[in-house]
Design a protein around this ligand. Structure first.
Ligand code: ADP
Ligand code: MG
Length: 723
């Protein structure tokens, strides 16, 4: 079977290099791409509407005779053409910009087809800048609906229409897929493509624009199928990769897997030669100040098992804010260090990474494990010494931001990568991470390909549609239980005009020995303004709460200053902590039991949930007060309602997805990479399931078709869909 290669146009299309370049800017690089450049909407030029029936604000084509034209100067210079149709109904055409040459169209008595949107205007029913065409009574109307294509500057609609019409004549997309995996109602791919570019006049235009039409069904299925095939392939490729089995001899009561076959000890990095890190896991467990919850235990058991095999672990540890994921990640690190390999622990923001670093540093340093820190804020000199130590194998656990995946970072022997809040990393970063991990490991093993184990963590449950698609290649362990003695958080929504009452309430709380977070509004457009507001809030609260010790933490503080404030708050030396959103993630002060969030309406749902998760960690009854300013947008109202109604992270995530859409959830939309163009994960679940089954069948029985289909749909973009 031959299909057109993914980056060329047929000679027959006569596409000049200049045109090819312009098309490439819209992602169109081949015949197939051109045929799959589907219109956004259509205009109906297949019929002529009597002027009397034209609906205001909607596109219509009318046929009228020019009565007169006139250049008027009021309200400003413009060409006004008065016309009427054969029922005598008057329609005014108005042009604010016009050229003398246009006047030839508007001689009195000229018959015109006029296409545009009618409105109530200065001169009666009018169209502003309509397209006009000189016609005779016999000029035929269009046979099909007129497509309006997505485009960029320099590519007018007429160009798209010409190119695609030609492509429909000379290019054929052969049927690649066996008929039995397709819905018999669909027709061929070419049928679907043809219909979408040139729909006959009787097609329901709504079904076209809403993507409900059967032709859309075929296209969406094809696209989802390509995605499913590439996911399957990624999974199979991953199964072929080999990871070091991170086995702990002796095991432990917590479920670490003992070595099945006594194998000769692996070549040891320097830290093992010094013999300091024996039994890190056992010692770590022995010194834990609390007992793992049942859910943590079972999650850890799965992870320990994964890491004990030579198949690279690819697991998501999912648990609500505060469910205790960090300690499970630490257990994984301990097992890895015991097995003589390095760990990378990465988080999407510096403050979150820092929190992880403090935790791991505090837990592991007494066990002689070397935990190092890397972020873009680290000085060049210090970075270099971390790089050196890392390369020599003197660093056992490296914690940081995406500074970990920079060019100059070389691991000595990476065994495990932990990625916190993984969904907040963009697709590009995830791709870079994957490359980095492979390169680090390969460099060590003298050409022997090894992939590290990967543990991802997220407080956001993966919605079902995404679990079937983007995350189909992921094993999941869920922590569905909070550590004991947590009391539920009560959420209140309060109009900011009642701020004084809230301040008075906080004064009472302070008197009772409670600790309070006061979160300042998020000001996306200006960090300076955000800072200013934080300082004002701090001044205001310091003045209003005379008996309270008030502290301030914000993003402009140096890490050491930030740390000092956080430490003071943690040590109960501060009662109220005024903070910008730097405390959004990871911060852990169990005694804090009240959180006030100003301008809560500006925050996203996930963010509010994360913030709220900073309280309710101790045994005291906790409160979250969301101050809002009216008027509220519908979506803000809906978000606050969700916060009021539930503290369940799963429910919050579900509603969030509803409000925002799947693309944003993935952190992909902003990175501008191609995702699904046609199918919609929220509405096309049934098609997605069909595509999944069809992909499995194809890969098992018709590999050639699977490959050809993938090439047609993704070309070289397949990789991006599966990271
Ligand atoms: P998250 O899952 O949001 O990352 P953390 O790992 O930060 O949660 O844990 C939240 C808090 O719960 C921390 O203070 C941690 O020490 C504590 N914690 C974790 N597991 C337990 C447990 N089994 N028993 C008691 N406290 C726990
Ligand atoms: Mg966490």
């Amino acid at each position: 079977m031959s299909i057109s290669p993914s980056h060329t146009f047929s000679q027959a299309l006569k596409i000049t290099p200049l045109m090819a370049e312009k098309l490439a800017r819209t992602g169109v690089c081949s015949d197939t791409d051109l045929l799959l450049h589907i219109p956004l909407r259509y205009e109906d030029e297949t019929r002529i509407t009597p002027v009397a029936d034209v609906r205001l604000g909607e596109f219509a084509q009318v046929q009228v005779t020019v009565i007169e034209h006139e250049v008027k100067f009021r309200p400003r210079r413009q060409l006004v053409v008065t016309t009427q149709d054969n029922s005598g109904e008057v329609l005014v055409l108005r042009y604010v910009n016009f050229y003398p040459s246009m006047l030839a169209n508007f001689r009195s008595g000229q018959l015109l087809r006029v296409k545009g949107e009618a409105r109530h205007g200065f001169f009666g029913t009018e169209m502003i800048h309509p397209r006009v065409e000189k016609v005779t009574e016999n000029t035929p109307v269009a046979a099909t609906l007129t497509p309006i294509y997505p485009t960029v500057e320099g590519l007018p609609q007429s160009t798209w229409r010409k190119l695609i019409a030609r492509a429909l004549e000379v290019v054929v997309l052969p049927e690649i897929l066996p008929a039995h995996i397709l819905n018999p109602d669909w027709g061929t791919l070419m049928d679907a493509v043809r219909l979408l570019h040139a729909p006959p006049p009787d097609v329901n235009p709504h079904a076209l624009t809403e993507r409900d039409h059967i032709a859309w069904g075929r296209l969406k299925f094809e696209e989802l199928l390509a995605q499913q095939i590439s996911i399957h392939q990624a999974r199979m490729a991953r199964r072929l990769e080999v990871a070091p089995a991170l086995v702990v001899s002796g095991g432990s009561e917590l479920g670490a897997v003992p070595a099945q076959t006594p194998s000769p000890p692996p070549p040891l990095p320097p830290f093992r030669e010094r013999g300091e890190n024996q039994n890190v896991l056992a010692q770590f467990i022995a010194q834990l100040p609390f007992k793992l919850t049942g859910a943590q235990q079972s999650a850890w058991q799965l992870i320990a098992q994964d890491m004990g095999t030579t198949t690279p672990m690819h697991r998501l540890l999912q648990g609500d804010v505060g469910s205790g994921k960090t300690v499970v990640a630490a257990l994984a690190c301990a097992q890895c260090v015991d097995a003589g390999k390095q760990c990378a622990v990465m988080a999407p923001t510096e403050i979150l990474a820092e929190q992880l670093y403090y935790k791991l540093h505090e837990w592991f340093t007494p066990l002689n494990v070397n935990v190092a820190w890397l972020a873009s804020s680290v000085t060049k000199k210090n970075k270099q010494s971390v790089y050196d130590a890392l390369e020599k194998g003197e660093v056992h656990i490296l914690v940081g931001t995406h500074a970990l995946i920079q060019e100059s970072v070389r691991f000595y022997d990476l065994g495990l990568a932990v990625i916190d809040e993984q969904h907040r990393f963009g697709v590009k970063q995830r791709l870079a991470l994957r490359t980095k991990m492979k390169e680090s490991v390969c460099a060590i093993n003298d050409g022997q390909e090894h992939a590290p184990h990967q543990l991802m963590m997220s407080a956001t449950p993966i919605p079902r549609t995404l679990a079937l698609s983007y995350f189909a290649d992921l094993d999941v362990a869920v922590i569905d239980e909070l550590p004991p003695n947590r009391t539920p958080i009560v959420t209140k929504l309060i109009d900011v005009r009642r701020r004084a009452e809230v301040v008075a309430k906080v004064a009472q709380d302070v008197a009772q020995g409670k600790q309070i977070y006061w979160v300042c509004p998020l000001i996306e457009e200006s960090e300076t303004l955000e800072l200013k507001t934080a300082i004002e809030t701090f001044d205001h609260l310091t003045a209003a709460l005379t008996d309270a010790r008030v502290g301030l933490v914000h993003g402009r503080l140096k890490p050491a200053e930030k740390r000092a404030v956080m430490e003071a708050f943690k040590a109960c030396e501060l009662d109220v902590l005024v903070a910008t959103t730097v405390i959004e993630v990871g911060v852990d002060v169990p005694n804090a039991s009240v959180m006030v969030i100003e301008h809560a309406e500006r925050f996203g749902l996930a963010q509010l949930h994360q913030l709220r998760g900073r309280v309710g960690r101790g045994a005291v009854r906790s409160q979250c007060i969301l101050l809002f300013e009216t008027p509220l947008s519908d979506i803000a109202k809906e978000r606050l309602k969700v916060m009021y109604e539930t503290t369940d992270g799963f429910e919050v995530a579900r509603r969030d997805l509803q409000l925002r859409g799947a693309g944003e959830f993935l952190g992909v939309r902003q990175s501008g990479l191609p995702l699904l163009r046609f199918a919609d994960l929220e509405t096309d679940t049934a098609l997605l399931e069909d595509a999944r089954d069809a992909a499995a069948w194809l890969l098992a029985h018709d590999h050639t078709a699977a490959e050809a289909h993938l090439l047609r749909w993704l070309g070289n973009r397949a990789e991006l869909l599966t990271v």
